[in-house]
Design a protein around this ligand. Structure first.
Ligand code: NAD
Length: 322
């Protein structure tokens, strides 16, 4: 296992990024977070700023990056990640995946740091191979409404391997599958925070399509443990980081209704264009190369997420951001 003492995390004010920063700080790593809060939360930074080894730099990753010191790890997580966010920030999403990733790679090159790209299961598109292995090339519509995100990440992967190939940068790629947990924004439009928010406010749970489409949901604690294991390894990736237990969207809605005790009905809406019908990672590689697998089951993970939403922290974090 390699030693990491100083890390630069782009997107560290976001949902996954703030948990990653927190984990690294707990492991004794000093952390600089580069984030412009375009989809992240000020409250996530405030929590972290109480730690003496944490610094936030308010910067748009698309612009050339300022000199920020020396690092052993550069992790590039900055990118709008929810369909609602990237629909609104389409060009920004493409730019942070292309120009932003290039700037992040240039820092890793200059500092001799390990580089970790937070990629996504969306690079597999609406998959024709199931479960998805890292060797699968994907089935992505390059001109559909989701393409700003999917193609942005596919380009990020391409430039990441090009920096390894042409410049010898020590890169790796994590293909992250649906992750959920505390600190998700109630308005970010992703399935779990949307359902929880709807259940707790006694509104119908809005399911797009039949609800039989599947997702694999991974608790953020597990995802971050996987990212950290990959960062500390020598593996070049890509490596799937996700929970291989497949649930239908209807299953997830029902679990949330049970766990919240809500009597909200489930309401079916038109299917979303290009919505993947099946989504499940093959995590053989993560198991064998990183010794990693998820440990938190859906019932336990959803309960802790619901608890966080119930505490009012989700809504107050959002309100204090504006
Ligand atoms: P998020 O929106 O909560 O976090 C993204 C962070 O990046 C935010 O803090 C945002 O302000 C910042 N950011 C975006 N564009 C920026 C820019 N141009 N300059 C500086 N900062 C910028 O999303 P998340 O769910 O935490 O996702 C984090 C990363 O993990 C993303 O790269 C995403 O693609 C990847 N990922 C997440 C999931 C998931 O289920 N959460 C799944 C697959 C991949």
């Amino acid at each position: 296992m390699r030693t990491i003492k100083r890390a630069l995390i782009s997107g560290g004010a976001g949902f996954v990024g703030s948990h990653l920063c927190e984990q690294l700080l707990r492991d004794g790593v000093s952390v600089v977070c580069l984030d412009n809060l375009c989809t992240g939360l000020r409250s996530n930074i405030k929590l972290l700023e109480e730690h003496p080894d944490f610094r936030w730099v308010d910067h748009d990753a698309v612009e050339p990056w300022p000199e920020l010191g020396d690092f052993d790890l550069v992790a590039h997580l900055a990118c709008p990640a929810s369909p609602v966010d990237y629909a609104e920030l389409g060009i920004e999403t493409l730019r942070v995946g292309s120009e932003g990733t290039r700037h992040a790679l240039d820092v890793a090159l200059a500092k001799g740091a390990r580089f970790l790209l937070a990629s996504t299961s969306e690079v597999y598109g609406d998959p024709t191979e199931h479960p998805q292995r890292e060797t699968y090339w994907g089935n992505v519509n390059s001109i559909g409404p989701r393409s700003v995100y999917d193609e942005s990440k596919r380009f990020s992967e391409a430039i990441t391997v090009a920096y390894r190939r042409y410049h010898g940068v020590d890169t790796t790629i994590a293909r992250i599958f649906n992750t959920y947990g505390p600190r998700m924004r109630p308005d970010d439009g992703r399935m779990i925070p949307t359902f929880i928010h709807q259940a707790l406010t006694n509104r119908p749970l809005t399911v797009s399509g039949s609800g039989q489409q599947t997702r694999s949901i991974c608790h953020v604690t597990d995802t971050v443990r996987g990212l950290s294991a990959l960062a500390h390894s020598h593996h070049e990736g890509p490596v799937n980081i996700g929970n291989p237990i497949e649930l239908s969207v209807w299953n997830v809605a029902t679990k949330i209704l049970e766990s919240t005790g809500s009597s909200s009905p489930i309401e079916y809406h038109d299917a979303v264009i290009d919505d993947p019908q099946k989504r499940c990672p093959d995590i053989t590689l993560a198991r064998s190369e990183l010794g990693w697998e998820p440990l938190i089951g859906a019932d336990e993970g959803l309960a802790s997420t619901i608890e966080w939403f119930r505490s009012g922290l989700a809504v107050s974090a959002l309100e204090s951001n504006h």
